[in-house]
Design a binder for this molecule. Structure first.
Ligand SMILES: N[C@@H](CCC(=O)N[C@@H](CS)C(=O)NCC(=O)O)C(=O)O
Length: 225
């Protein structure tokens, strides 16, 4: 059905997962795809760079149209396949505004999480500074607390009563954050939301396979957020 589509992706990557969820929601199964290993640096291979000069994943192609930004790909899929599968952008004006707001702000959560991971894994031991680490962790905590408060106001989905594009964009970051040790007990609304979406067919079908088998970290990197 979607044999004129192709996705270049990496497992466990929230931006890639967004597009995969959107494809499922729009009933676009059967697309071509190729998985690249971040560990082996394959996202910087010529094959990826030829399509996406930033050497980032995902890269999505529909016919001759290429989209290298995950949120743009989600918008494109909804726009192009409006009447197919689930509607990801509501028609009601205020509901739509909230879906746009949450979809565009969701990458902030991803960035704050990456900031903590970068500090923990990429900054050499001798250059680490307690104050800087605390500042980075506090910013991450504040960000997840913000999303926790959104669910309090407008749940059970991230932009209201029904699943929307905002969930396709935000959920993958949360899925990864919990996988990396974000404390469920500190964010009860996010934990309940996570459990709700984990059962959704589009999410189940696209769950990172290595998460099912890999053993948890001894010291999960987001343990103190
Ligand atoms: N804004 C891009 C970000 C994509 C992105 O950062 N992908 C990561 C994987 S999660 C990546 O490829 N990182 C490798 C790099 O930046 O060199 C999107 O949303 O599609």
């Amino acid at each position: 059905m979607a044999n004129d589509m192709f996705l270049l992706w990496g497992s466990g990557s929230p931006p890639c997962w967004r597009v995969m969820i959107a494809l499922e929601e729009k009933d676009l199964q059967g697309y071509g795809h190729k998985v690249f290993s971040f560990e082996k640096g394959e996202h910087k291979s010529k094959e990826v760079l030829d399509i996406n000069p930033r050497g980032q994943l995902p890269s999505f192609r529909h016919g001759t149209t290429v989209i290298n930004e995950s949120v743009a790909a989600c918008i494109y899929l909804e726009n192009h396949f409006k009447s197919q599968g689930n509607q990801l952008i509501p028609s009601d004006q205020s509901e739509q505004a909230l879906v746009f707001q949450r979809s565009i702000e969701a990458p902030n959560a991803q960035q704050k999480m990456i900031d903590v991971l970068t500090y923990r894994f990429r900054v050499p031991e001798e250059e680490r500074h307690e104050t800087a680490l605390k500042r980075t962790k506090d910013a991450g905590t504040a960000e997840f607390q913000l999303w926790e408060s959104y669910l309090q106001k407008t749940g059970p989905y991230i932009a209201g009563k029904t699943f929307s594009m905002a969930d396709a964009v935000f959920f993958p970051t949360l899925g990864l954050a919990f996988q990396l040790g974000l404390r469920r007990e500190a964010y009860p609304n996010l934990a309940a939301y996570h459990d709700l979406l984990r059962e959704r067919p589009s999410v189940k079908a696209t769950w990172a396979q290595h998460w099912l088998t890999s053993s948890p970290f001894k010291e999960p990197p987001l343990r103190d957020l």
